[in-house]
Design a protein around this ligand. Structure first.
Ligand code: IMP
Ligand code: MG
Length: 194
């Protein structure tokens, strides 16, 4: 199952926080809800790149109803561990949103700025419905002014990596989710993509 501790930049220690097995179980529970709630509809799952690519691919293979798939690519520049609040679109949608059931697939909602930007953009195109599936939700950090119906795990406002989530673009390939031990936080500063 890999290491239960990872050392980054010589001194920052990350520990296993959510195991591969717990992620898998939670995803099948969420998928069961989606299969039930969107039965007889054909929703479009829209993954937010890059962070959601692993979650999206695991979730979608548990979806048994007819569905379509598309991706947005967003970028926010700033510190490697803090969202800058400047959200930019790097890849637009190919699908027609009007009259469709839209399900956004996110890795994590932190400040809530990215999801607010996406919500606004999608609502301008008159979808039939708008829903968000997020694997992780930093509830105390986020300001979200619409209901979040599908949340994998509510987590504290701490920095996590693995299972698609990066630290300065690395560590997305870890199979479990790891959390930074705050006492070892080295505050690296780089720019990057979500
Ligand atoms: P926001 O602050 O809710 O806009 O989150 C923006 C994006 O920052 C998320 O979609 C993630 O890609 C990234 N992000 C937020 N928190 C973390 C984290 O703890 N680890 C890695 N990436 C994160
Ligand atoms: Mg993201």
């Amino acid at each position: 199952m890999g290491n239960d501790k990872i050392i980054v930049n010589d001194n920052e220690v990350f520990k296993v926080f959510i195991t591969e097995e717990d992620i898998r179980k939670r995803i099948s529970e969420i998928a069961a809800e989606l299969n039930r709630d969107f039965r007889d509809r054909v929703p479009i799952f829209i993954g937010i790149l890059n962070g959601s690519f692993i979650f999206m691919s695991d979730l979608i293979r548990e979806i048994t109803i007819d569905c379509e798939i598309d991706f947005f690519k967003l970028s926010s520049y700033g510190d490697a561990k803090i969202s800058s609040g400047n959200v930019r679109m790097l890849k637009e949608l190919n699908c027609e949103v009007e009259g469709r059931d839209i399900i956004i697939v996110e890795d994590v909602i932190d400040s809530g700025l990215s999801i607010a930007y996406i919500h606004k953009l999608i609502m301008q195109q008159n979808p039939k419905s708008f829903n968000v599936v997020t694997l992780l939700y930093k509830k105390s950090a986020a300001k979200v002014d619409f209901p979040l119906a599908y949340v994998g795990f509510e987590i504290p406002t701490e920095f996590v990596i693995g299972y698609g989530l990066d630290y300065a673009q690395k560590w997305r390939n870890l199979r479990s989710i790891y959390v930074l031990d705050p006492s070892t936080d080295g505050e690296a500063s780089v720019t990057g993509e979500d």
